[in-house]
Design a protein around this ligand. Structure first.
Ligand code: ZN
Length: 526
């Protein structure tokens, strides 16, 4: 999940001439594109090789570099040739540079009522073990008797290389510089659009998004005497968003995450809930969990399903511990699929309950802040130490602004861009088939602030609104978004204007002070 960082911070504490030598060394290493800031000692002591992983995927069969596009397609075609009854390869659309994005569907057609699982790797192009882990998984679930029975209860869709252009450049971003895991409500990259279309057409009940994280963060150089590095093999990022039904959040935590953590510990790996640093008024603090609809963990969960994003320790260390990282990706995938396979009925029932909730909606919220201790590797001593930190916890989110859940949202008939995006997100839209007077709540902008700095190429708008009751004559063709649908909780995050990832907040729908928005809340049956 990490953003790009400057790599020269490791040398801040060194003497000047050493610094220059190291800088020269560094430059020579970077050109090899396999540079790792991690010492051999740390690798051997904390992250030893996983010898159990077989060389069955393209990048494991070569010394340098990762799976390229031709190797990816050849590998997938090879699986289709061997198992035409169980795997189907197709393409969801094109990347910005014109590469077809493959998806594979796995099923054994035994007639069971299956649970549907979406799996994805490579949404960030520099998180190479995520793609390789998906390829490893595909081979194993089709060929290894220990895993083939997973298809008895599960239908699985896998996108192994979601951000192809980024992956081929070993770059986090898509070709136009957008972060595809910040784009899931505004939908400004074509990859996001085709991924969402495939996702909603498949309509999964469990969504797994595999990533890697950067263990040598810029902020980590300021911690300890000589900097620190993360000790966790994998971190689990799941949603604390209050619009995600509580029963689904609980199952994610106490069943899926818990089982996977146990499995990791049994195999000698260190798991944790996801944390990442952010500076608040100059102090390094740690964000835990997720509540943001622009990213997959929460965006998926808002579709009323079980969802987790996995962060394996790997960005910026080249192919160091590559087999270990692939092995952990695979281990976690198998754990989630086993948990799903043995709880299909429970999960379907809980989703059904979630689909019928009518609780208030949460428009804005805040994280709970507290002190905690984490394990971290001290680069001065190469020892695992306890480190006191401040955590801002999205898994303990508290509401700030709540509203009654409407029975529908009404949108003016000229708002085609918004409607197109809602359709991509799988949201059912009706149109009024005659002119009709409706008693609605309107939003009038009572405070407006446009951020001067662009975020993800968008002009963010920070607004407050006042709700008023009005009777309005809406013409035939006006859009109506009913809330008695599966993705209702996602609708809230997109259409309630003050919600942090809404169309208004992201500037998809531009507004100004005192303007009445073209979105209305319908609360009474007319
Ligand atoms: Zn990532």
């Amino acid at each position: 999940m990490d953003r790009k960082i400057n790599v020269n911070f490791y040398f801040l504490n060194m003497k000047k001439n050493n610094y220059i030598l190291f800088l020269l060394f560094f430059i020579s290493q970077v050109s090899l594109a396999q540079f790792s800031p991690q010492s051999k000692k740390i690798t051997e002591k904390f992250f030893p090789k996983n010898e159990k992983i077989e060389n069955i995927t393209p990048a494991l069969q070569k010394k340098k570099g990762y799976t390229n596009y031709e190797e990816l397609i050849t590998f997938l075609n090879g699986l289709v040739t061997q198992h035409p009854d169980k795997i189907k390869l197709t393409f969801i659309g094109e990347s910005q540079k014109g590469k077809q994005i493959p998806i594979v569907y796995l099923t054994n057609q035994n007639g069971n009522q299956k649970l549907k699982v979406w799996m994805q790797g490579g949404l960030h192009g520099d998180e190479s073990a995520s793609t390789e882990g998906m390829l490893y998984f595909l081979y194993k679930v089709l060929n290894d008797k220990d895993y083939t029975n997973l298809l008895d209860n599960l239908d699985i869709a896998v996108v192994p290389m979601a951000n192809i252009d980024g992956y081929l450049k070993e770059d986090r971003y898509s070709a136009n510089g957008l972060d595809l895991n910040r784009d899931q409500t505004k939908l400004m990259a074509q990859e996001t659009v085709v991924l969402k279309k495939a996702f909603t057409a498949f309509n999964p009940e469990l969504g797994l998004d595999f990533h890697e994280y950067r263990p040598f963060r810029k902020d980590f150089a300021e911690m300890g005497n000589f900097g620190v590095t993360s000790a966790y093999d994998a971190m689990f990022l799941y949603s604390g968003n209050l619009n995600v039904p509580l029963n689904l959040r609980k199952i994610t935590d106490t069943l899926f995450v818990e089982n996977a953590k146990i499995k990791m510990i049994e195999n000698g790996f260190k798991p944790r809930n996801y944390i990442t640093t952010q500076k608040y008024e100059g102090n390094i603090e740690f964000n835990q969990g997720s509540n943001s609809a622009r990213s997959s963990a929460t965006n998926y969960a808002l579709n009323n399903m079980i969802s987790t994003l996995f962060e394996i320790r790997g960005v910026g260390i080249g192919k160091t511990s590559f087999k270990r990282r692939i092995g952990i990706t695979f281990l976690i995938a198998i754990s989630y699929l086993e948990t799903a396979s043995s709880n299909t009925e429970l999960i379907k029932n809980e989703i059904e309950i979630a689909n019928n909730l009518t609780n208030d909606v949460v428009v804005t919220s805040k994280r709970t802040i507290y002190k905690d201790s984490i394990k971290i590797i001290d680069l001065e001593t190469d020892e695992l130490i306890d480190f006191e930190i401040t955590i801002r916890d999205a898994l303990q989110t508290k509401p700030i602004l709540k509203r009654k859940r409407p029975i529908a949202y009404i949108i003016d008939k000229n708002q085609n861009e918004i409607i197109t995006k809602l359709k991509v997100l799988g949201i059912t839209i009706e149109e009024l088939n005659e002119d009709i007077e409706l008693e609605v709540e309107t939003y009038t902008v009572s405070a407006y602030n446009e951020n001067t700095e662009k975020y993800e190429n968008m002009n963010l708008q920070n607004i407050e609104t006042i709700l008023n009751n009005k009777t309005i004559l809406f013409p035939k063709g006006t859009f109506k978004i009913p809330m008695n649908q599966k993705r209702a909780n996602l609708i809230i995050e997109i259409l309630e204007p003050e919600a942090p990832n809404s169309f208004v907040s992201f500037g998809v729908l531009e507004t100004k002070l005192n303007q009445e928005l073209p979105i209305y809340r319908l609360s009474k049956k007319n």
